[in-house]
Design a protein around this ligand. Structure first.
Ligand SMILES: [Zn+2]
Ligand SMILES: [Zn+2]
Length: 259
């Protein structure tokens, strides 16, 4: 069984096709999915999915790309994270690729999430793009990692260097690979995936974005995470069952989620 550790099935284009999406998960042996929150106004629909379906978990957080949205406080995140189906804080992090200008608000928002993670003891889902230096620095400054009393989490949709992967793993973080790793152009990332031990790895779709080969360019969905696992199994020269078992065990270990 595979687990999609990061998807956005509450987005309208996926939410409208829920029966089909759940059927595809079953067909492809995808047992669970984590539906990740991107802002507070849409959080109720994320939570509603997790409340409706036993095999769907959820997180609470405000994405770094959402500039014009209510700013969360530590207290607010802590309060919303009390729900038993909320297994993580995020997605949060830094994105200097999508947005420009003075992004101090992004860094402040990131710090707020790390503080909420430390307080709730729920792990972080971190998004980092063209900002790895500041991301790693703030993780250290705020004590996000298990080496500093935090509960760590996952570096989601990982596209950074091996050095960044190592700096994250040193802080107790898992590295999650999406469909990007299956792209022909992703040689460097494939080299990183080869070095990240299965024991530290998660797999995800980040659907509706980034469909893996052979669905590249189409709308992504949780069922397709099986293709990410198959690619990683081939890359590492291990049976796909081993990738499935280990990444699923990692998921439950990190998110303390009950199967
Ligand atoms: Zn992201
Ligand atoms: Zn995402």
């Amino acid at each position: 069984m595979f687990i999609d550790s990061h998807c956005h099935i509450d987005f309208p284009e996926l939410a409208a096709r829920m029966p089909e999406i759940l059927a595809k998960m079953a067909e492809n042996k995808v047992s669970h999915a984590l539906c990740v929150s991107v802002d507070l106004p849409d959080f109720p629909r994320v939570l509603a999915l997790a409340e409706l379906y036993p095999h769907i978990f959820a997180s609470v957080g405000v994405h770094p790309d959402y500039e014009d949205t209510p700013e969360p406080s530590v207290e607010q995140l802590v309060e919303l994270a009390r729900h038993p189906k909320i297994v993580a804080i995020g997605e949060t992090g830094l994105d200097y690729y999508r947005l420009e200008g003075d992004l101090e608000w992004q860094r402040e928002r990131f710090r707020t999430h790390i503080r909420a993670s430390r307080e709730t003891r729920k792990p972080l889902i971190i998004h980092t793009r063209s900002a790895s230096e500041d991301t790693i620095r703030i993780m250290r400054e705020e004590g996000a990692g298990t080496d500093q009393g935090g509960v760590a989490g996952v570096m989601h949709c990982f596209t950074e260097s091996l050095e960044v992967a190592r700096a994250s793993m040193e802080q107790g973080f898992y590295i999650s690979f999406s469909g990007i790793v299956t792209f022909k152009s992703a040689r460097e990332l494939q080299a990183v995936a080869l070095e990240v031990p299965l024991e530290r790895m998660l797999i995800e779709t980040d659907s509706p974005y980034l469909a893996p080969v052979p669905y590249r360019g189409k709308t992504n969905e949780p069922g397709y995470v099986a293709h990410v696992a198959e690619f990683i199994a081939k890359l590492k020269g291990v049976p796909v069952e081993q990738v499935a078992e280990q990444t699923s065990a990692n998921f439950f270990e990190l998110f303390k989620a009950a199967a």
